[in-house]
Write a protein that binds this ligand. Sequence first.
Ligand code: DQA
Length: 145
Amino acid sequence: MKILILHGPNLNLLGTREPQVYGSTTLDEVNQKMMDLGKALGAEVSCFQSNSEGALIDALHEARTWADGAVFNAGGYTHTSVALRDAISAIEIPVIEVHLSNVDAREEFRQRSLISAVCKGKVGGFGWRSYELGLRGLVDIIKGR
Ligand code: DQA
């Protein structure tokens, strides 16, 4: 089983970016935790981050050819990107939407997600553990449990 962990804009700054909102764990640490967890769950995890919408779309298109599913934090594009929504919808592998923060408890503009409706599930508010919960759920879905 192969899984893509995909991070959108500004998530390269994790650890130093608004730690009171997003925590002090760095992106490299999140990725290491997900690769370790993947190994324990019998999944090969690959991680990619981009600040560019087009590169994220390309990563989703490529995932269609090699991945069984994806865990995706689209960052600010969650609230704005029809193109990312269309990419998720097009690739027909299960995608789990994740957020470190609880977006529903924040500003109104964060309470609208353009991607939720085309994702298999959604996790938010658990800091880096949102990725862990998302990965565990995705692996179970793929295994048909
Ligand atoms: C985020 C929430 C988004 O609203 C924000 O733009 C981000 C991070 C989160 O993980 O909590 O960049 O996706």
